[in-house]
Design a binder for this molecule. Sequence first.
Ligand code: HEC
Ligand code: HEC
Ligand code: HEC
Ligand code: HEC
Ligand code: HEC
Ligand code: HEC
Ligand code: HEC
Ligand code: HEC
Ligand code: HEC
Ligand code: HEC
Ligand code: HEC
Ligand code: HEC
Length: 264
Amino acid sequence: MKGFLGRILFVALACGVLIGGTALTAAAQVALTADDCVKCHAQQPAEIDSNGAAHKTDIDCQACHEGHRPSVANNIPACSMCHEGTSHYEVPECMACHNPHQPLDVALSGEIKAVCETCHTGPGEQMVASTSMHAELACNFCHADTHGNIPDCVACHSPHSETMVQNDCAACHQAHKPLELMYGEDTGSALCASCHDTAYSQLAASKTKHNQVACVTCHIDQHKTVPKCSDCHGEPHAAAMHAKFPNCGDCHSTAHNLNNWPGQ
Ligand code: HEC
Ligand code: HEC
Ligand code: HEC
Ligand code: HEC
Ligand code: HEC
Ligand code: HEC
Ligand code: HEC
Ligand code: HEC
Ligand code: HEC
Ligand code: HEC
Ligand code: HEC
Ligand code: HEC
């Protein structure tokens, strides 16, 4: 409560004393306007003023606080007075996250998942379809502190090599299904090299045309896909020869280390 005027008003409100010979009746209390509140309450008007969002622009104090002591004992509204009809409006403890006077300054504490899923169904569905240890974490374990916050993978994990950076992670991983290892055709071979050094160095040293082919051109789309030579080459030699030697590797060695015959 601030100031002398406020104190007088309060005394008038609380005790119904005479002002200028007139009793401050219930009727006069009804005449309180939203402009009066700040005379006695500093904090809530200041919060609404700076951060009230729609609670500032669409409604005023009295839309929520109907009446006042002493004539009305409890003037605290239920959120459901105005918010109804979606699953989000049915979760418990609205004010664990929302301060009604700055409703969009959402506080995220504890472990939150179900409430996030009242609006975002995708991430949870992905985690069920492709399970991983991420699925066991609360949403705000990663999306911490402020709503909408997106963390870097490298805040929690080391990259697979010294040259790999945060922007590379998405080439192979998706946050909500990190074990579904898919990649696009523009994924550089150096990224694979962080774990497959032998394959990478053999190919780099090869003097055959496979040297010019990216890892993902052969191992397409999904990690651990292994192609057959004939997927790309068919059976280029005489049929009798292929019948006799069904393994291309009998003559050509491996894809990463093709025999480097003269003339090839
Ligand atoms: C004359 C001073 C004064 C004015 C003006 C005033 N209030 Fe209050 N208000 C008080 C005091 C004092 C209390 C605390 C009463 C208590 O704790 O017993 C209070 C309590 C409240 C509460 C807490 C709920 C409750 O019943 O304890 C709310 C909400 C409230 N006021 C809203 C408003 C709103 C909205 C306005 C403007 C429309 C307003 N007040 C105007 C003095 C005032
Ligand atoms: C959207 C509805 C809404 C609006 C608009 C609103 N309030 Fe509130 N107010 C609440 C709710 C809900 C509470 C109870 C908060 C709690 O329990 O933490 C509350 C609590 C209060 C309290 C009591 C604080 C306490 O700690 O006991 C005061 C005083 C108050 N409001 C004043 C105001 C004033 C002044 C305005 C306008 C500037 C205003 N409110 C606008 C919903 C609203
Ligand atoms: C007197 C009616 C009323 C009450 C009570 C009320 N609200 Fe609201 N609230 C509104 C209106 C009107 C809007 C703007 C339209 C909408 O989003 O529905 C709004 C919007 C909001 C927003 C979005 C703000 C924005 O700018 O987008 C949040 C968050 C919110 N309310 C939370 C709450 C919570 C939490 C409570 C209970 C503590 C509550 N409201 C109580 C009327 C109310
Ligand atoms: C666990 C935290 C949490 C709880 C509990 C919670 N909310 Fe929310 N609410 C949020 C978040 C996060 C947003 C999104 C805010 C944004 O868009 O910036 C939100 C948005 C809103 C909005 C604005 C968007 C919309 O869909 O209209 C309203 C209104 C709202 N909440 C009302 C409520 C009500 C009413 C309750 C209680 C029945 C409640 N909230 C409980 C976290 C919560
Ligand atoms: C009431 C609905 C609502 C709730 C509850 C809610 N959100 Fe949101 N969220 C939104 C909206 C609306 C956006 C803005 C979407 C946009 O900008 O495209 C958003 C944006 C986000 C974004 C950023 C998306 C981007 O592309 O930048 C993340 C991350 C997010 N929410 C996570 C969460 C988490 C985690 C929770 C639970 C703690 C949560 N949300 C609760 C409605 C909600
Ligand atoms: C292990 C950390 C982690 C967990 C747990 C997590 N997220 Fe995310 N989330 C991220 C990262 C990182 C991104 C950014 C992904 C990107 O850029 O592709 C993201 C993106 C998002 C986005 C925006 C893009 C989109 O996919 O719509 C939303 C919304 C979101 N998360 C909501 C959630 C919800 C809801 C949960 C809980 C069910 C959750 N997240 C759990 C790390 C996480
Ligand atoms: C806030 C911390 C956090 C963030 C951000 C995060 N993770 Fe995780 N991640 C974990 C935790 C905790 C585990 C569980 C295993 C552990 O302790 O390492 C995990 C596990 C994993 C696993 C193994 C899953 C399993 O089931 O074996 C992969 C893969 C992974 N994270 C990739 C990523 C990627 C990619 C990103 C960014 C899109 C990311 N993580 C963002 C915390 C995080
Ligand atoms: C070129 C593809 C690729 C890129 C880019 C990539 N990863 Fe991975 N990541 C994998 C593969 C494949 C595995 C599975 C390895 C296994 O099965 O042991 C894996 C496993 C993981 C794991 C779980 C196993 C472990 O090592 O702890 C984490 C965590 C992880 N990656 C984080 C990241 C982060 C963070 C980034 C970005 C800096 C990233 N990854 C970039 C392919 C990639
Ligand atoms: C985080 C380390 C990691 C990264 C990055 C990685 N891999 Fe792997 N890869 C592994 C592991 C671990 C195995 C399993 C090795 C085993 O079973 O002996 C594997 C196996 C493979 C296999 C063999 C499957 C089989 O059946 O023998 C292929 C092919 C493969 N990876 C291709 C790639 C390609 C292409 C890339 C780049 C897009 C890549 N890997 C990136 C760790 C990784
Ligand atoms: C994803 C397609 C693909 C797969 C799978 C593949 N290759 Fe190739 N191969 C190529 C391309 C592209 C070239 C270069 C063709 C050109 O430039 O004329 C090539 C060239 C060759 C050459 C000629 C090399 C030279 O330097 O002239 C031989 C031999 C060869 N491949 C054998 C194989 C064998 C054996 C396998 C299986 C172990 C295999 N290839 C798997 C795409 C593939
Ligand atoms: C021209 C097609 C081609 C290219 C390019 C290629 N591979 Fe392979 N890779 C194969 C084939 C075919 C096999 C099966 C074994 C064989 O016949 O050579 C294989 C096998 C593998 C294996 C499992 C067996 C082993 O040798 O470890 C891994 C891991 C692998 N490749 C990773 C890679 C990586 C990483 C790159 C890029 C540096 C790469 N490959 C480039 C075709 C290719
Ligand atoms: C009995 C040994 C032998 C077998 C088995 C064999 N090749 Fe060859 N291949 C050769 C020789 C020798 C050459 C180089 C001579 C030439 O240019 O004709 C060659 C050349 C090639 C070339 C490059 C020249 C061209 O035709 O473009 C490709 C591609 C090739 N082989 C693919 C394959 C594939 C795929 C298989 C398995 C389906 C296979 N080879 C099986 C011996 C073999």
